[in-house]
Design a protein around this ligand. Structure first.
Ligand SMILES: Cc1ncc(COP(=O)(O)O)c(C=O)c1O
Length: 425
């Protein structure tokens, strides 16, 4: 177990005051309490830079694309700049970045397009750990005779059972759809290894990085994944989704689209008029993270290096917070914890934790915490396969606490004190 002194050292090197200053909504007060936003896994707060970019779009650039006049040209440029920003975020080319309403909508569109090319008897490998948005869109292809297989978890620590995965991969597997990190238990899956296994079997891989994106750097080039999705509203940006796809695959598969819309990649995947003001916000979101990175490491020059520097700092900061949180939770009598608890293995998890208390339902606990200005989530968070597998679905699921880099050690203290009181009451 890490010592309190270690927590202090790590926390001291991170300019949390500057970070929190960037997020105006963190100032919210509820009945004399400061709000503690521990609800990040369902959507994070947004820095001022993102709000300003959205407002600036409406003031200076509000038009549809490809018109022969100023605001339309500005809109084209804003979309191009946001694509370049997300290309740095993913580590890919700008024409491999697709914008969409959210991850679920993007995945439904992609699964339908890929499904056009599949045949009865082809197989798709899914997991018990995933959010349903990385399950049902693929499972629906069973209608075409595609065989759906599901990788189990190891219940003791809520990690993916890789032996089970290997046993279910075969020459008929066309696609493996796997999460980068679990939005309930925080497990980080070995996606590089899973990508290698999928490719060795001749299958494509689709990675749901929605939950991972606020917690760690994404490098699609190093992973060599075929597709990867994440949603900016989970990493300090606006309510949208984004897709990375290898260019030759974005060209190979044909999206359902209307006739006048372009056939050019990546725009052909972006159905109808985009939420351009929010796309402006996505660029500002990436710039915020890069600015954080340059503050953490002034030697980081280009935007990609700055993003990596930001994540080096936030990973260490969040690790210290979650170490303290889990130690505190495990000391609460009767608490049932789901996921990795061994600090030596915390590189295999992010700072999202789920548990049940001996007393009351997760909703009771979330309501009690909410009344004290501590925002947490109860339920299954659409990771239905997992709550069913763990047997907690009929009892209201779990209570989930998510820490991101704007949360503080004192918020963890407040949460633990409130939980101890609730558990004892
Ligand atoms: C791991 C994970 N995947 C997918 C989704 C769905 O994302 P979206 O809301 O962008 O459709 C979520 C949302 O909670 C999630 O946590």
């Amino acid at each position: 177990m890490s010592t309190p002194a270690l927590h202090e050292t790590i926390s001291d090197s991170f300019d949390i005051a500057w970070v929190r200053h960037q997020f105006p909504s963190l100032q919210l007060q509820i009945s004399g309490h400061s709000a503690a936003f521990l609800d990040g896994p369902a959507g994070t707060q947004v820095p001022r830079q993102v709000m300003d970019a959205v407002q600036k779009y409406f003031l200076e650039a509000n038009a549809n694309t490809y018109g022969a006049f100023l605001t339309s040209r500005r809109t084209n440029q804003i979309i191009a700049d946001a694509r370049a920003a997300m290309a740095d975020f993913f580590h890919c080319a700008a024409d491999e970045v697709v914008f969409g309403q959210n991850m679920t909508t993007i995945t439904l569109a992609l699964s339908r397009a890929i499904g056009r090319e599949l045949h009865p008897g082809d197989e798709i490998l899914l997991t018990t750990l995933d959010h349903d948005a990385n399950f049902s869109p693929w499972a629906a292809l069973a209608e075409k005779g595609v065989v759906i297989r599901k990788v189990d978890i190891r219940e003791s620590d809520c990690t993916l059972d890789l032996d089970d995965l290997k046993s279910k991969l075969n020459a008929k597997t066309k696609l493996v759809a796997v999460g980068y990190a679990s939005n309930i238990v925080g497990t980080i899956n070995p996606v590089a290894e899973i990508t290698r296994l999928a490719h060795a079997a001749g299958a494509m891989i689709f990675i749901d990085a929605v939950h991972y994106a606020p917690h760690g750097p994404i490098d699609v080039k190093a992973l060599d994944c075929d597709f990867l999705v994440c949603s900016p509203y989970k990493f300090f940006g606006p309510h949208m989704g984004t897709l990375y796809g290898k260019k030759h695959l974005l060209e190979k598969f044909k999206p359902y689209k209307v006739r006048p819309a372009t056939d050019t990649v990546p725009e052909c995947w972006e159905t109808g008029t985009q939420v351009q003001e929010l796309i402006a916000g996505i660029r500002a979101d990436v710039e915020y993270l890069a600015e954080l990175g340059r503050r953490c490491d002034p030697s980081a020059q280009d935007r990609r290096s700055a993003l990596l520097a930001a994540y080096r700092s936030t990973v260490a900061y969040e690790r210290a917070l979650v170490t303290k949180l889990i130690a505190g939770l495990l000391a609460i009598p009767g608490l049932r914890f789901f996921g990795i608890t061994d600090p030596q293995r915390f590189h295999e998890r992010c700072s999202t934790v789920s548990f049940r208390l001996a007393k009351g339902t997760p909703l009771d606990a979330a309501t009690s915490l909410g009344d004290r200005g501590i925002f947490t989530w109860d339920g299954n968070f659409y990771a239905l396969n997992l709550t069913e597998r763990l047997g907690v679905e009929p009892q209201g699921g779990v209570l989930r606490v998510g820490l991101v880099h704007y949360n503080t050690s004192s918020e963890v203290d407040r949460l633990l004190a409130a939980l101890r009181e609730f558990a004892a009451g």
